[in-house]
Design a protein. Structure first.
Lengths: 343, 119
């Protein structure tokens, strides 16, 4: 059970960022961080296992877990980041407190407040939390499919290289893939982008589709040699971190502000589920022809298919993705009483 | 290029941002270590790759399952507590895994059941 470090990080980062652009940069850096953990993590395990033993590597992981979680827990940003919810900001209610619906400024002048009585919020809505947002459900569905595409290839590529007798190359190919993602993320984090988030999401999904198709070609018509696979994996990698960053920005926009962390943990759950499904399917998809480029191409074709469905979801769900939360849901009775002082 | 550098600088000079990133990187490294770790260590302890894979899967499943409740608690103002306790729990689970595997290896000649995968 990993601590919800990613979810907390993504909740507090936009609250620290001075402006919208900085939020984009922050989420790009966060996405890059993920790639770094996947590059450095296995290397640490390999290094410590070789120098001492596997138990030492396990204890190192335990120590890093504790240090990271505690250091984040005691960070001022985390202690104060969650208080924002009950603070009035210049220009009206910047943050909708629980139980109160805020009509965006412009629609009704200065951002008038409509007070919703706490009891009207159904038990069901309270139970599902941020999942009431249709846009968030679209993001989660796309995430499941996107993660499944990675799940397939994360099994297929090492299995294929292993069958070719080049097991070590499999690890190198992953590094190239991650390197592409880091480069793409760094580029994305420094760009001025004015395209609406939901359109960025769709465009990136299409680019991912192109990237996966490249891997399909490398495995199929191009013969599956590591040297043709590597540059195409790098290209496909370019879009990973930007997609992760835009996804985080969408979750921030779509989830009620008082439920951001939970929304991010759901996104994590969606990714775990998709990844598990994809890696489980890999062995089914590839059975019989493990060593040939055809096996890799079949797995890549499966990944392309999953990514294509995800792209369609993002496209058809674009209206939901463009929506902003109108009302926050009551979290607890204590907060509800804080939220309706006007009555 | 210059604007890109400015963008990163604008973010990173904000007080508190550096610490969040640094803590987050350290705390998330174990996620990158997990799968290889479970496969290597549990295999070394039990002689089975399947049990290693199972341990990794169990860890992922527990994270997927307990993530949202922990997120909800964090949103209710208990983020620090959730992080501290779950960090402690995960570290304890990994420590327990080491002890269990150690004991298992030591007593393998006698009949002992394989340790259940920890999360």
């Amino acid at each position: 059970m990993n601590p919800p470090i990613a979810a907390v990080t993504r909740t507090v980062l936009p609250r620290l960022a001075p402006d919208e652009q900085a939020v984009q940069t922050a989420f790009a850096l966060d996405a890059i961080l993920i790639e770094v953990t996947y590059l450095v993590g296995p290397a640490l395990v390999g290094g410590v296992s070789a120098l001492v033993d596997g138990y030492a590597a396990t204890l190192l992981a335990a120590a890093l877990n504790l240090i990271g979680a505690w250091w984040l827990a005691t960070a001022p940003a985390v202690r104060h980041g969650y208080r924002v919810d009950h603070r009035l900001e210049p220009g009206g209610l910047a943050v909708p407190p629980v139980g109160v619906a805020v009509v965006p400024a412009g629609k009704r002048g200065d951002g008038a407040i409509a007070v919703a009585a706490a009891p009207t919020i159904s038990r069901w809505r309270r139970l599902v939390g941020p999942l009431v947002s249709p846009g968030l459900l679209v993001v989660l569905a796309v995430s499941v499919l996107y993660a499944a595409a990675f799940g397939v290839l994360e099994v297929a590529i090492p299995a294929y290289m292993n069958a070719r007798g080049e097991a070590a190359v499999g690890g190198l190919l992953f590094s190239v893939w991650s390197a592409g993602s880091i480069v793409g993320g760094l580029w994305f984090g420094g760009r001025d982008i004015h395209t609406p988030l939901h359109r960025q999401y769709t465009i990136l999904m299409v680019l991912n589709l192109v990237g996966f198709t490249g891997i399909l070609f490398a495995g199929g018509p191009l013969g599956g040699a590591p040297l043709t696979l590597a540059p195409l994996l790098f290209l496909a990698g370019l879009f990973i971190s930007p997609t992760t960053a835009v996804e985080a920005a969408l979750v921030t926009e779509l989830a009620p502000r008082s439920q951001t962390t939970e929304a991010f943990t759901w996104s994590g759950t969606a990714i775990y589920l998709g990844f598990a499904f994809g890696s489980g399917m890999a062995s089914v998809v590839m059975s019989g022809s493990l060593g040939s480029g055809g096996a890799l191409a079949t797995a890549a074709a499966f990944a392309v298919g999953l990514c294509a469905i995800g792209t369609v979801f993002a496209l058809t769900g674009r209206r939901a993705l463009a929506q902003r939360p109108v009302a926050a849901v009551v979290q607890s009775d204590v907060h509800a009483s804080v939220a309706v002082p006007e009555r | 290029m210059r604007t890109a550098v400015t963008r990163y600088r604008t973010l990173l000079v904000v007080p508190g941002v550096g610490r969040v990133f640094a803590a987050s990187l350290i705390g998330r490294l174990p996620i990158g270590m997990a799968m290889l770790l479970f496969v290597l260590v549990v295999h070394a302890g039990t002689g089975s790759y399947a049990v290693g894979g199972l341990a990794g899967a169990a860890n992922a499943a527990a994270t997927a399952l307990f993530g949202p409740p922990m997120g909800r608690l964090a949103d209710r103002g208990h983020a620090a507590l959730v992080l501290a306790l779950s960090g402690l729990a995960q570290a304890a689970a990994l420590g327990w895994l080491v002890i269990a595997l150690h004991a298992h290896v030591a007593g393998r000649s006698s009949s002992s059941s394989p340790p259940s995968p920890g999360w």
